[in-house]
Write a protein that binds this ligand. Structure first.
Ligand code: CP
Length: 346
């Protein structure tokens, strides 16, 4: 049992939040238990308190070195990891693939081994290929690896910040109806969010063009259903698919719109953008079908006016900017849990 301690005083003693462990890496949410997710969100709440201070600095990771290794573009994930590390007093080094020896052909493995040889404690990696962070984690003995997004596979820290934001506003996730709509096929955010929300006891409905629905989402496939198009059920029994957004959104507590990932779409998945907007854009009229206090989330970056209307994205139901703030807190909590004092003592 690893005990992390993060309190409002920022001295990291008292108010202990036990985190089941030990955990060396954060690669996806499929290997997080519900208890570990809860403990991580609780620690993030303590980190949020640090973020609200005038002086945002605590010594928890003094002497630790974090490298962000990004093979793909990022604003939110990369900068929030940098901010999280710096607030916790770690030394944070940003490495851009295009400005490193990766440009000369150095492999991912040799890049990781080189960083390990320099005494780096954590590598935060984003890579276009699914499984790249897992490969690094398997091959590096002395470095903690955090997946900051691998291909269309997983984005666990985004999933955790989404869970944190939802729990904070809904007061609890068991039994809540969460609709995730859009380009699920190419969305690593959706894959991690599905694991997280399902483990937390929410009911997840995936909606969007049938051509943009993964089948199967998980090994073993989804069970066949009777409707046309088929309504399929994930082995995580509280996850289902409803292509018709007007039906899916009925009574929803939370709607998460996904970015249409045109850079990962090699062929036409729907007739036209106009058609996509008509059937799957999340807007005020559609939100009127959800619960009266239903909330909107989007992982960003947005194609504003396509998957979500501008009105809704910047309206009072939107949690989009709050998700970004909570992303810093979640990443602080994860860094602390992996290489903070308690983790090292363990
Ligand atoms: N949500 C997300 O991963 O955003 P970035 O690509 O800006 O990091």
């Amino acid at each position: 049992m690893l005990t992390t301690v993060a309190n409002d005083a920022g001295v990291f003693q008292g108010n202990a939040v036990p985190v089941p462990g030990p955990r060396r890496h954060v690669l996806d949410l499929d290997d997080f238990t519900a208890d570990e997710i809860t403990a991580t969100l609780d620690n993030a709440a303590a980190m949020r308190a640090v973020l609200e201070r005038d002086v945002k600095k605590v010594p928890a990771l003094r002497g630790r070195v974090i490298v962000t290794l990004f093979y793909e573009a990022s604003t939110r994930t990369r900068i929030s990891f940098e901010e999280a590390g710096k607030i916790l007093s770690a030394d944070v080094i940003n490495m851009t693939a295009s400005a490193s020896s990766i440009e000369k052909g150095e492999s991912l493995l040799n890049t990781g081994l080189t960083l390990q040889a320099m005494g780096v404690d954590v590598i935060v990696v984003r890579h276009p290929h699914a499984g790249a962070p897992h490969f690094l984690a398997r091959n590096l003995k002395n470095v903690a690896v955090i997946n900051a997004g691998d291909g269309a596979h997983a984005h666990p820290t985004q999933g955790l910040l989404d869970l944190y934001t939802a729990r904070d506003h809904l007061g609890g996730l068991p039994g809540r109806k969460v609709v995730i709509v859009g380009d699920v096929l190419h969305s690593r955010v959706a894959r991690s969010a599905v694991w997280g929300f399902a483990k937390a006891g929410a009911h997840v409905i995936l909606s969007g063009p049938p051509t943009l629905m993964p089948d199967p989402l998980t090994p073993g496939g989804w069970g066949a259903g009777g409707s046309n198009p088929p309504r399929r059920t994930n082995p995580l029994s509280n996850v289902s698919v409803e292509p018709d957004l007007d039906t899916a959104i009925e009574g929803a507590d939370l709607v998460m719109a996904l970015r249409l990932q045109s850079e990962r779409q090699q062929r036409g998945f729907f007739p036209s953008l106009r058609e996509y907007i008509r059937r799957w854009q999340v807007n005020d009229q559609r939100m009127a079908r959800a619960n009266p206090n239903a909330l909107l989330m989007h992982p960003g970056p947005m194609n504003e006016g396509i998957e979500v209307s501008s009105n809704l994205a910047h309206g009072e139901r939107s949690l989009i900017e709050e998700q970004v703030t909570n992303g810093v807190a979640i990443r602080m909590a994860l860094l602390y849990q992996l290489v903070g004092a308690a983790a090292v003592e363990n």
